[in-house]
Ligand binder design. Structure first.
Ligand code: CTP
Length: 435
């Protein structure tokens, strides 16, 4: 049971990375031949961006680098010229550079823009639409998708001004990659580290979706539910919503129309996702059932409370007695109800288990009549609700795949590839005979 706490106004940014190539070669995203404009702004993480240029080259991208004045205090342009094989752009008002490839030409040249590291300053300037140097001008002048990889001290990152600026950019469809957590150059520990170059390559690949799910409506649930005890207290669980948000993001990048019905979480809505906020299991049930028309795939990632308080109190309960008992009643099972409608979508459920993972998950799949179940261990040191990484055992009638431990964002992409493949298989005439 949790005491009442106001939903924080501050935003914890949705972090995602996706992988560039799926293991089976059926790649959802691909950077081969893509022209990437890499903006490097002032921060110690700028040294990692030289490696990033190499990594982008390794996956077949062509890179041109733009450096801000601050960036040049940390790394020399020559370094980036050497690794990218192209002249580095540093000034808006340099007649020679403009004659070679002017800023508008450069903005048009790019298939995608990545700013890594993105300092608090550059984020603020972008959020306000400034065009006071080459990099910010290019971001205004380009029609290509833009991603930022924030990198700064943890206090600067959590400052309301920075959070507001990043939210503003995310609302304008700028993709926010990271930041990561851990040791910082300033000696502190926390959120604000630039993601590693390989993760940035993966995240950037997400800007160029192969339209594997184009035309489909994917409906998801995510996060915990809150079951009211009285106006200030509720029963809930530790679900962070990260897995569901990562799957929703992956679905949107795959071209699907995505509706995400979510319980209370501190995550930013991924670009292109329609978000429906709910609190209780009953509200989540209603929001889902109302949106089933034309839904092709339903993915139940939410940790729905199995029980709710039979009669929540209208006023705050006072501690008059030595003890108290709450009467709980069962909540509707959203997943089972979706699976049992007359023409159900392709249904995917999750199973969180502390023992007999496979047997319990299979039992759940059959009992609820769902097409696919993704099972994970909980109550262990690694994985589960609050962890950044997770592993899944995914099974369906006649098949099973183990997705090994990795960041939830990557796992989501792999899971979605599987779901897409099984969804397509389910649309073949002989599927009913097997399932
Ligand atoms: N689910 C749902 N509605 C509920 C309960 C669960 O949609 N009222 C979905 C979850 O989103 C998840 C799956 O069902 O996809 C999990 O099933 P559930 O039986 O709740 O799993 P556990 O909580 O692990 O079940 P049990 O307590 O029986 O182990």
């Amino acid at each position: 049971m949790h005491s009442y706490a106001r939903v924080p106004d501050c935003v914890h940014f949705w972090r995602f990375v996706v992988k560039a190539h799926s293991s089976d070669g059926d790649s959802m995203t691909d950077l081969r031949g893509k022209r990437i404009l890499l903006g490097v702004s002032g921060g110690i993480a700028a040294y990692k961006s030289a490696d990033l240029v190499r990594r982008l080259g390794d996956v077949g991208a062509e890179v041109r680098v733009v450096m801000t004045a601050g960036a040049q205090e940390f790394v020399r342009p020559l370094t980036f010229q050497a690794v990218s094989g192209n002249p580095v752009h540093t000034s808006l008002l340099d007649p020679e550079a403009e004659a070679a490839m002017g800023h508008i030409e450069l903005a048009r040249w790019a298939d995608g823009v990545l700013i890594a590291p993105a300092s608090a300053n550059v984020i603020a300037r972008l959020a306000n639409g400034l065009a006071d140097d080459l990099l910010t001008t290019l971001c205004l002048a380009t029609e290509a998708p833009v991603a930022i990889a924030p990198a700064m001290n943890r206090v600067m990152w959590s400052h309301p001004a920075t959070l507001a600026n990043v939210t503003r950019l995310a609302e304008r469809n700028v993709t926010v990659l990271g930041p990561g957590d851990g040791d910082q150059a300033c000696g502190e520990i926390g959120s604000g580290r630039m993601l590693e170059p390989l993760d940035l390559v993966d995240g950037l690949a997400g800007l160029f979706p192969a339209p594997a799910l184009t035309g489909l409506h994917v409906l998801l649930t995510a996060g915990p539910t809150r079951e009211a005890i009285d106006p200030v207290r509720y029963i809930s669980n530790r679900s962070s919503g990260r897995m569901g948000f990562a799957v929703a993001a992956a679905a949107a990048r795959s071209g699907a129309r995505v509706t995400l019905v979510t319980g209370p979480v501190e995550l930013v809505t991924p670009p292109g996702v329609e978000r429906v906020d709910v609190e209780s299991a009953a509200q989540m049930h209603q929001a889902v059932m109302e949106r089933l028309v034309d839904c092709s795939i339903f993915i139940a990632c939410a940790a729905v409370a199995d029980y709710r308080v039979a009669t929540p109190a209208d006023a705050k309960i006072k501690k008059r007695n030595a003890g108290m008992a709450l009467e709980l009643v069962r909540n509707p099972d959203i997943l089972a109800d979706v699976a049992s409608v007359e023409q159900p979508p392709f249904t995917v459920g999750f199973a969180a288990e502390t023992h007999d993972l496979q047997a319990n998950a299979e039992d759940k799949r059959r009992r609820k009549g769902v097409d696919m179940i993704a099972a994970n261990w909980v109550g262990r040191p690694i994985g589960g609700f609050e962890a950044a990484d997770n592993a899944l055992e995914v099974s369906w009638e006649g098949g099973r795949v183990a997705l090994e431990s990795k960041p939830k964002t990557r796992l989501a992409v792999e899971l979605l590839e599987l779901i897409g493949a099984r969804y397509r298989a389910s649309r073949t005439p002989d599927y009913g005979a097997k399932a």
